[in-house]
Design a protein around this ligand. Structure first.
Ligand code: MIC
Ligand code: SF4
Length: 645
């Protein structure tokens, strides 16, 4: 029987269930990655499991998100993470070493293995033929403890690439095209598997850019074959030993097949405020630009920054533009420093940020009021830049560089200069001194806990009946950035009571006070959402903080994968409208009841929602696996684990 690459790797890692799309399966996780904004909670949860050592082949703890360090909180978190890593057997990539996905690809990723990361862009590893999946911190903590990761066995969408990209068109334009085709919703439970003759024309960093932003479509992951190009990349990273050839069998059956001729693609952009609002750059040409930001885990590789440096060599930043650059890793900067490209960039007038997420997560370089900001990052959700009125356009490094020169949105093909083709170097500069291995004497390591670090909050078992108030009713496409912002608020990630004050801040600053009053009056909070609720990040705080505020159920037209898992892990019931029109039968402030929710979930019976305010009732769905039911009934995974002890 012929198999997709996804099937081959998943089957090799299967520990429970059968490989059949739609089934729940459990897989063994070889590698994990965490980053500081999600990793502190994940490590606290790991510690609570009482193990001596991580059980994976490799677990890496990265510090790349909260590196601005205004106040003591983040530095304390970093120190905590460093000591936990030393004690429990994780490698620790220090602040300054780079963005988790970029560094992981460079120094750790291995074709044919599984990687679980507490960050939604973990699928970047698909660029070297890994099954790399983003998940909530608690799921990653469990994987670190050697537990399987449970997921819906995916349906494989094959994306056949043919042809070769024209000059000034690059990998970002490929994934923006894919976002135009698939959108950000309706792709839950699928994997994008790339193949076809066009694959060999793309280098590993380009493949990684494409795999990275598959996250915006909501797919479980994206994967490329591991071929000679992969070997070349790993060899240049002095890691050729980890290479193996991997591809789908010819003719392997897929859920869907689409063809993309790379030679037909043109420079594209995602316009505000969603990565799937796609336009050709040409159509927006001439629009004034205030800010250009190059970097993020999507486009901060050596290849990307070299294209920008070569395009800008000898030029100056346009007077109306603020040009920001956040390199992906220390290795990338090292390369650019030694070959002179960094000097060229400095000459242009660039504003250099640290090798970290930086502007991408909105904790720095927020643009001016109403700005047009061109960014090579992956998300342009409302207010993510830190400026709610700003309009963020997602573009390739080529399009970004063109705007730095002209001060306007410019199709880079019209720059009238030769295209700087960037080859993968034969050898990258290898210096892992910013990656600290675990301690040889773990028992001697004392875990550092700053005052900002609290215990993960606990939850009660699911009540017999949910009786509550609709604290907020939101529209379609609500992202985790809407639910709980990152940016300057993110420094409270280890302090759930404080961080919860910012819930839904972007949409409705009254949420927190209403939720607190309802919770303190002994009622439950209920959230009502539209289609694709919980898009975007893996941040489990979008479930953990609502749990802390007494939210017991979210009713939505549909949910995104990682957020559903997070809701379940924190004991919040994800309920879907059986009939989407019933969404209109609820308003914010309505009193709802979901009678006998415990019993009905446990027996798999249909749930009914009674709207006492409107005097109507309707049936809803809550399709949970037996495993998920146990978690929700216990009040979340941590309660379930405690009960089992
Ligand atoms: C993001 O890009 O939104 C983040 C910040 O990296 C998140 C993780 C987080 O919120 O800590 C993600 O993508 O999962
Ligand atoms: Fe960091 Fe941005 Fe990538 Fe998230 S998307 S990991 S914030 S660079």
């Amino acid at each position: 029987m012929t198999k997709t690459l996804t099937q081959k790797i998943l089957e090799r890692h299967l520990v429970s269930g059968e490989y059949e799309p739609g089934n729940e399966i459990g897989i063994r996780i070889d590698q994990t990655l965490t980053q500081d904004a999600t990793g502190t909670m994940a490590c606290l949860q790991f510690e609570a499991m009482g193990l001596d050592r991580v059980k994976t082949d490799s677990s890496v703890s990265f510090v790349d998100h909260n590196t601005i360090q205004i106040g003591f909180e983040n530095a304390d978190d970093h120190r905590y993470l460093q000591t936990v890593a030393a004690r429990y057997g994780l490698d620790y990539s220090r602040a300054g070493n780079g963005i988790c996905h970029q560094v992981h690809l460079e120094r750790f990723g291995k074709p044919g293995t599984t990687l679980l990361g507490s960050d939604s862009h973990t699928p970047t590893g698909g660029g070297i033929g890994q099954i790399a999946i983003g998940a909530g911190g608690l799921d990653v903590a469990l994987a670190m403890a050697g537990e399987p990761f449970f997921l819906t066995c995916p349906r494989v969408i094959r994306i056949n690439l043919t042809g070769k990209l024209e000059s000034w068109v690059s990998a970002k334009d490929v994934i923006l095209k894919i976002l135009e085709i698939f959108g950000t919703k309706g792709n839950v439970g699928c994997v994008f598997e790339y193949g076809g003759s066009g694959v060999e024309t793309l280098t590993v960093p380009e493949r990684a850019t494409i795999a990275n932003m598959g996250a915006e479509c909501g797919v479980t992951t994206s994967i490329f074959p591991s071929d000679e190009e992969t070997r070349k990349f790993l060899k240049a990273q002095a890691r050729e030993g980890g290479w193996q050839e991997l591809d789908a069998d010819p003719g392997a059956e897929c859920f869907k097949v689409i063809d993309i001729d790379l030679s037909e693609l043109v420079p594209l952009t995602a316009t505000p405020h969603s990565p799937c609002n796609i336009s050709a750059v040409k159509e927006l040409e001439g629009m004034d630009v205030n800010q250009v930001c190059v970097g993020s885990c999507t486009n901060s590789s050596y290849r990307d920054l070299m294209v920008v440096a070569k395009t800008l060599k000898g030029k100056k930043v346009h007077p109306n533009v603020s040009f920001v650059l956040a390199p992906g890793s220390k290795q990338v900067v090292d390369m650019l420093a030694r070959n002179g490209a960094l000097a060229d960039l400095i000459e242009t007038g660039v504003r250099l940020e640290e090798n970290a997420c930086g502007f991408c997560i909105g904790n720095s370089q927020s643009p001016q009021t109403g700005a047009v900001s061109l960014r090579t990052s992956n998300r342009n959700f409302l207010a993510r830049s830190g400026t709610k009125s700003a309009n963020v356009y997602l573009v390739s490094p080529e399009t970004a560089a063109a705007a730095v020169i002209t001060g306007k949105i410019t199709d880079p093909r019209g720059l009238g200069m030769p295209y700087p083709e960037i080859a993968i170097p034969d050898e990258f500069i290898i210096d892992d001194s910013m990656i600290l291995p675990p301690s040889d004497d773990p028992d001697s390591v004392e875990i550092y806990r700053g005052p900002n670090i609290g215990e993960p909050p606990s939850n009660d078992p699911l009540p017999e009946t949910v009786t509550g108030v609709v604290t907020i009713k939101v529209e379609d496409n609500i992202t985790t950035d809407h639910i709980i912002p990152a940016g300057s608020r993110m420094k409270y990630r280890s302090n759930v009571p404080r961080y919860s004050e910012f819930l839904f801040e972007v949409l409705d600053t009254g949420f927190y006070n209403r939720a607190r009053e309802i919770r303190d009056s002994g009622m439950h909070n209920i959230i009502v959402g539209g289609l694709s609720y919980g898009q975007g990040s893996s941040r489990e705080h979008a479930a953990l903080c609502p749990m802390y505020m007494g939210v017991k159920a979210v009713l939505a037209k549909s949910f995104e994968r990682i957020h559903t898992a997070n809701l379940i892990n924190f004991g919040i019931v994800p309920v879907t409208f059986r009939n989407e029109d019933d969404y209109d039968k609820i308003d914010q402030g309505d009193r709802l009841e979901i009678p006998d929710i415990r019993e009905k979930i446990s027996l798999g019976k249909t749930l009914v929602v009674k709207n006492a305010t409107k005097g109507v009732e309707f049936e809803v769905d809550c399709d949970l696996s037996e495993r998920a039911k146990d978690i929700v009934l216990a009040g979340g995974m941590l309660s379930l684990i405690k009960n089992k002890k």
